[in-house]
Design a protein around this ligand. Structure first.
Ligand SMILES: [Cu+2]
Length: 441
């Protein structure tokens, strides 16, 4: 083999290593300063990205296998990667100060991810998260089912929200008083997969799995597809207990839904608008453009459901073990602190639970702000809202607790370790709204 062929082979093998889902060599992820071209400016915007991509590469893994990720931190500050929603070894959860040391600039960390659950997940840093996520560090993580279904297309939409200045740079102040007094940092440029109002082309009759992920720093979305009906088949990475029609579904930071969407056979030439309806003023997120083509026959199959996964009946005799009151105080490192039972992280009201015993926790929001509460390493079921039965037909890893609302959840601690529990509005978390659930064997 001559030198140039060898170089070509090396490059091809390198690319395969990055892209191939099931490669044995580690997948390489680098956090690095790079540039990104938004359509609004003549100049490129300095961002922080994984592998130079906005958003980071979509990682594909196979259910039941172990995926190794070699994370190299090329930023000028420490970082880490958290694998949102994945039930993995606690040591791989990516939380500096809890499950690992921060990964220093120039250093790497090998994550070994045993992929227990198939579904839609995502990854992002868990260090200086308010800034690191906002500057672009995030990506989608898909764990493929061993039993494939004949979707016409499997589509990933990572919803994001940037706060950009007129000169094309990212607004450089984080955890500001304004962010902390409100629902965190809401931007002025919503994107899907880094694109502003992307046009998505389909053929009439296609049956599409549309995975929606809210990767924003703080913005909450309620996506609406005008004129098309769809079913929700999975929430937060797990198949639903029962498939249900997609109407208003609030996607707070961290949440995912998988939609089953069939483009009508007679829709050739039509355009459907997807808009956000969470905010008082609706705005366009994307459009679906149906090609004026011969209609296909939609594939027929029934997506899987999970009726027996942590059913509500499991918690009928369980008393609420812990109530976590969510509120703000004066103080903390930003002047306003967000507390759980009046405590600021790391001086938190932590709990420890034995393995395998069903538990109930109530999040009681005493504030007038929004708190999407996320528990690492476990799925839970919403059982009650404001003391009234409100069992959801799916499980979650993140639940939005509205102003003055209380939400009671049930879960079974199944993986030993110290699991972070926090508000997914990044500046609320940074300002103290974090605690842990320690699961002891
Ligand atoms: Cu919050």
């Amino acid at each position: 083999m001559n030198i140039s062929r060898m170089i070509t082979m090396t490059i091809i093998l390198g690319l395969l290593g990055q892209l191939c889902a099931y490669a044995e060599q580690p997948l390489k992820l680098e956090a690095i300063e790079s540039n990104y071209q938004f359509p609004f400016f003549d100049t490129q915007t300095p961002v922080w990205s994984y592998n130079g991509q906005i958003p980071g590469p979509v990682i594909h893994g196979m259910e039941g296998t172990t995926l190794v990720v070699d994370f190299l931190n090329k930023l000028q500050e420490p970082s880490s990667i958290h694998w949102h929603g994945l039930r993995i070894d606690n040591a791989m959860d990516g939380v500096p100060g809890v499950t690992q040391d921060p990964v220093a600039p120039g250093k790497n960390f090998i994550y070994r991810l045993k992929l227990e659950d198939a579904g839609t997940f995502w990854y992002h840093p868990h260090f200086n998260s308010s800034e690191q996520l906002e500057r672009g560090l995030k990506g989608v993580f898909i764990v493929e089912e061993t039993e494939k279904q004949p979707w016409s297309q499997d589509v990933v939409w990572l919803l994001d929200d940037w706060f950009l200045q007129k000169d094309g740079t990212i607004y450089p102040k984080f955890n500001t008083g304004r962010d902390l007094m409100h629902d965190g940092r809401w931007g002025n440029a919503p994107t899907i997969n880094g694109k502003f109002r992307p046009e998505f082309k389909v053929s009439p009759g296609e049956r599409i799995r549309l995975r929606l992920i809210n990767g924003a720093n703080a913005r909450i979305f309620a996506p609406h597809i005008e004129g098309l009906s769809a079913n929700v088949i999975a929430v937060d990475g797990r198949p639903a207990t029962q498939i249900f029609p997609f109407s208003r579904f609030v996607l707070s930071p961290g949440n995912r839904i998988d939609l089953d969407l069939t483009i009508p056979q007679e829709a050739g030439g039509k355009t459907y608008i997807i808009e956000d309806r969470f905010s008082r003023k609706a705005f366009q997120l994307a459009s679906i453009i149906v090609k004026p083509a011969e209609p296909l026959n939609p594939p027929e199959f029934t997506p899987p459901t999970e009726a027996s996964f942590i059913p509500a009946q499991m918690f009928e005799k369980v008393k609420v073990e812990k109530t976590w009151d969510l509120n703000a105080i004066r103080g903390g490192k930003y002047g306003i602190g967000w507390t759980i039972n009046m405590k600021l992280w790391p001086d938190a009201d932590k709990v420890d639970y034995p393995l395998g015993v069903p538990r109930k926790i109530t999040f009681k929001n005493s504030s007038s702000r929004l708190h999407p509460m996320h528990i690492h390493g476990v799925f839970f079921r919403v059982l009650e809202r404001n003391g009234k039965k409100a069992v959801e037909s799916f499980t979650r890893d993140t639940v939005l607790v509205g102003p003055r609302e209380s939400v009671t959840i049930g879960f079974v601690p199944e993986h030993p370790g110290i699991w972070l529990t926090h508000c997914h509005i990044q500046s609320h978390a940074e300002a103290g709204m974090m605690t842990t659930i320690e699961v002891k064997d």
